[in-house]
Design a protein around this ligand. Structure first.
Ligand code: ZN
Length: 203
């Protein structure tokens, strides 16, 4: 499966000269929700992650996704794995599991995101699961932004990765790309283009 091509074809991975919300510049921009606009992509990608999880032998009872970004990926993964699908959402900024979802003591839960950057939201969802007695046995994402190390990849963990050591993280692809301060941006130095803010039409 050519995951990069799936993202490119869906306009989820843009190439150009971008100004990120951090103020840094980059040659690439990932609009990860776009790839799931086509439900067929959600199915294909989730089945890819499922293959990895099954091959590892890890036992999972339930998939929990942090809303909003993880919802579709989490549901698609739960469908492919034939497991229960629940989600956590922020209430007054605190990631919370509500809507009548229950977690049994010792229930094996996998946290699923559409993309893992540093894993911050995933860890907040993990804390909510553990507070209800669940055990977080793994993390999953369709794509990895390159800060965290994952199964089946030799990518090195960066200091800002928040995922814990010793708990497996499954994803299909590492989308690692350089970010530059405007002063040191090679595209700015080239002088042929100006950095644009992606999604500036309101998304
Ligand atoms: Zn630039």
């Amino acid at each position: 499966m050519n995951v990069k091509k799936i993202y490119m074809d869906a306009d989820a991975l843009l190439e150009g000269h971008f100004k990120l919300s951090s103020g840094n510049h980059s040659q690439f921009y990932l609009q990860s929700a776009k790839v799931l606009e086509d439900p067929k992509n959600a199915k294909i990608l989730a089945e890819g992650v499922t293959e990895q999880i099954k091959a590892s032998g890890l036992e999972v009872d339930t998939i929990c996704a942090p809303a909003l970004g993880g919802l579709i990926a989490g549901f698609a993964l739960a469908t492919a794995l034939d497991k229960r699908s629940i989600f956590a959402e922020r209430v007054d900024k605190v990631m919370t599991i509500r809507r009548g979802f229950e977690i049994a003591k010792g229930e094996r839960v996998m946290i699923c995101e559409d993309i893992i950057t540093t894993g911050g939201s995933a860890m907040e969802a993990a804390a909510a699961v553990e507070a209800m007695g669940g055990v977080v046995v793994g993390f999953a994402a369709l794509a990895n932004r390159g800060f965290c190390d994952r199964q089946n990849s030799d990518i090195t963990k960066k200091p800002n990765c928040k995922l814990p050591d010793g708990v497996p993280f499954f994803a299909l692809e590492d989308f690692t790309f350089e970010m530059y301060t405007p002063e040191e941006c090679p595209l700015c130095k080239e002088g042929k283009s100006e950095a644009i803010k992606p999604g500036s039409r309101g998304n």
